[in-house]
Design a binder for this molecule. Structure first.
Ligand code: AGP
Length: 612
């Protein structure tokens, strides 16, 4: 989604801003811009399209100055165009702002500003904010005018402001959209996401909703919007810039697919202890889990790929830990009036920790007295901070819009959680426990073996790349795999429509479309319903559909029922969604490459969805 950066210091701010913005490109955007104080006033440069265009125009005509703000925009109000790009300026041009989020009462505020004679240059909700600030600044200081404006806004925002009249400082505020402060030696940064300023500084201060910041090259002052000073901790980012680079891969997505064994290893690290024959968590998470009641009800909330991980979690928590689990799309959960109480635990699954619907869902649940456990990848993110306990996936930064390693790390975290609760509730025999821990310990290696499917899947992808509709079918633990496989394909290859279904649902509708050559990807790995999946394959073949089947290694018998076959390593069924994910990710990736799609930044998609 939109990216925000800000800089104050001794360097040429435009260089810092463009470098930082380029590190936010992965979030998905459709235009970019900067505002720099050039000694005379606020100089604005904006361009629709990729950041490269903006860089080239700045290269031809440089902008000089040591303080500025920048933005990559993902359109919400108004088409992607230069005039709708941020920064937006006051009518006099002396104040510029960049904004992430959505101002929900913008229409009402705009009416009032129009009545006062303000002229709007863009179709954005953001422009009303800068005009309101300018209006209040007729009587107040910039800082007071900004604060007053914030009290009038409804919705979500992270806003950075630069003003010609205050050339040594930047202002910023956050409510519902992520924002952090970077602290350097004699310089300061704002960023919506830590990777933006990696390499510039490692010291960051994550802001809370309601925070207002005044940033100079030598000082950071955080207060509430009302002006009460607050303290925010400075934390050190402990991951490396190289983790946010492609390292010789053509795309981040491919790199991240290959990083899955390491990511899973990281998720298991310090939690799976084979010597002690146990699964453990940090003290806070253990306390949280040990306090769950016998009657505890679990609701998993999440969006997109994380929702699919949640569905896998439902199967395992019910089967192994005997807990009643519902899985909800966070965007539905928050508006359907769910029955919540203190015996309900919400598990919020999220890579970014900033997804607006998931964040709103946990806030609502907490108001009703429910407890919140987050499974999250980004340390210090909003959801991680607001949850009662967090199981970090430690998958490292995920840059590609399409989630791969974060998904398999989420499922790994759910396995750890399930097994911990299963043992705690004495629901597993010693022999089964041992074999489960062994399988879990071997999981990174098993996934390494699954990566060996790449060459075959690439060949297969070439065969199917020209088709435009795909079904994905699976049952039990691999019903979510079917949903995830289909999501991956349509995400990275927007020319293709792909739909995932529970294989047993086929005959209740979707089968009507099957005709000669219609491709159906089946997950038919070993499971108690394997034979039922084979029956579903037969139903498709009877209608001359094209069956692309993922089956367990050693299953040669299935060859006679398939058009294309991918073998994956054998595993316990609860580990299988992780292993199956790998060839499905490769398939989506190579089909998208064959169709020349922008794999890492598919159109219309954003990495972190911080608006509703
Ligand atoms: C995954 O490929 C998608 N980009 C998307 O569905 C994503 O999983 C969803 O937006 C949730 O994001 P989160 O995990 O950061 O909350």
């Amino acid at each position: 989604m939109c990216g925000i950066v800000g800089y104050v210091g001794k360097k040429q701010s435009v260089e810092v801003l463009l470098e930082a913005l380029s590190r936010l490109e992965y979030r998905g955007y459709d235009s970019a811009g900067v505002a720099v104080l050039n000694g005379k006033g606020v100089e604005i440069r904006r361009k629709a399209g990729k950041l490269q265009g903006l860089m080239e125009s700045i290269h031809k005509k440089p902008v000089n100055g040591h303080i500025g703000i920048g933005h990559t925009r993902w359109a919400t109000h108004g088409e992607p165009s230069e005039r709708n790009s941020h920064p937006h300026t006051s009518e006099s041009g002396s104040i510029a702002i960049v904004h992430n989020g959505i101002i929900e009462n913008y229409a009402e505020l705009k009416e009032k500003l129009l009545a006062k004679g303000y002229k709007f240059k863009s179709q954005t909700d953001t422009e009303i904010v800068v005009h309101l600030i300018a209006e209040h600044a007729k009587k107040l200081s910039i800082e007071e005018a900004f604060r007053k404006t914030l009290t009038q806004l409804r919705g979500s925002y992270a806003i950075c402001l630069v003003s010609k009249d205050e050339p040594d400082r930047l202002y910023a505020a956050r409510f519902g959209s992520p924002l952090l402060v970077g602290i350097g030696k004699g310089e300061g940064f704002f960023a919506s996401d830590a990777p933006a300023i990696l390499g510039l500084t490692r010291e960051v201060m994550y802001l809370n909703d309601g925070d207002f910041v005044v940033l100079t090259a030598s000082d950071v002052k955080v207060s509430t919007v009302a002006g009460k000073a607050v303290k925010r901790k400075i934390t050190s980012i402990d991951w490396d810039l190289s983790a946010a680079r492609k390292d010789g891969y053509d795309h981040y997505m491919l790199k991240e697919i290959h990083e899955q064994p390491a990511a899973i290893e990281q998720t298991l690290f310090n939690r799976l202890d084979l010597d002690k024959n146990e699964i453990t968590f940090d003290a806070k998470t253990k306390k949280f889990l040990n306090n769950l009641s016998k009657q505890e009800r679990v609701i998993i909330i999440s969006c997109g790929t994380a929702y699919h991980a949640g569905l896998v979690g439902e199967y395992m928590l019910e089967e192994y830990a005997h807990m009643p689990v519902d899985v909800d799309l966070a965007s539905e959960f928050r508006y359907r009036g769910p029955m919540l109480d203190k015996n309900t635990t919400i598990i919020a699954i999220t890579q970014s920790g900033e997804t607006a619907d998931t964040l709103a869902g946990i806030r609502m649940a907490k108001k009703h007295g429910s407890k919140v456990l987050a499974i999250c990848n980004v340390m210090g993110s909003s959801i991680a901070r607001e949850a009662d306990a967090v199981i970090y996936t430690h998958a490292g930064p995920e840059i590609a819009v399409a989630s791969t390693k974060a998904y398999t790390a989420q499922v790994t975290a759910l396995i750890l959680l399930t097994l911990y609760l299963t043992k705690q509730r004495k629901l597993v025999t010693a022999t089964k426990w041992k074999s489960l821990l062994k399988g879990l310990h071997e999981l990174p290696k098993t996934v390494e073996k699954a990566l060996a499917t790449e060459a075959d899947v690439k060949t297969l992808s070439a065969k199917y790349a020209s088709l435009r509709n795909f079904y994905y079918l699976g049952r039990r633990y691999n019903f979510p795999s079917a949903l995830e496989g289909a999501l991956k394909l349509k995400e990275v290859c927007p020319l293709i429509h792909a739909e995932g279904y529970a294989a047993g649902e086929m005959k209740h509708g979707p089968i009507s479309l099957i005709h000669m050559g219609w491709p159906v990807v089946f997950v038919a790995t070993d499971s108690p319903v394997y034979e039922k999946v084979v029956s579903n394959i037969q139903e498709v073949r009877a209608r001359r559909g094209e069956c692309i089947v993922v089956a367990s290694e050693g299953n040669e018998e299935i060859r006679k029922n398939v058009d294309s076959l991918i073998h994956v390593p054998k595993t316990e069924e609860l580990f299988s969604p992780i292993v199956v994910a790998v060839p499905l990710q490769f398939f989506a990736y190579y089909v998208a490459c064959a169709n020349q799609c922008d794999v890492d930044q598919p159109p219309n998609l954003a990495k972190s969805v911080t608006v509703e």
